[in-house]
Design a protein around this ligand. Structure first.
Ligand SMILES: [Zn+2]
Length: 54
C-alpha cells in the first residue's frame, strides 16, 4: 500500500531546519525554532535556516 502521503511529507519537510554553523539537520516545530527552544546538538547554537532556502 501507499506509505507516502504528500501532505504529510511536505509538512515534515517544512519542519526540517539546518544549522547554519555545522549544517546538521534537525526536525522541529517552527514555533519552537522561533522561540529559541531548539538548539543544535553539535554546536549548541540557535542559528537555523529552512531547507528550502536557496
Ligand atoms: Zn550546529
Amino acid at each position: 500500500m501507499a506509505t507516502k502521503i504528500p501532505a504529510a511529507q511536505q509538512r515534515m519537510f517544512r519542519n526540517v531546519f539546518i544549522c547554519k554553523c555545522c549544517k546538521s539537520k534537525i526536525r522541529a516545530d517552527p514555533k519552537k525554532i522561533i522561540e529559541g527552544k531548539i538548539t543544535c546538538r553539535k554546536c549548541k547554537k540557535r542559528a537555523f535556516r529552512t531547507v528550502r532556502k536557496k
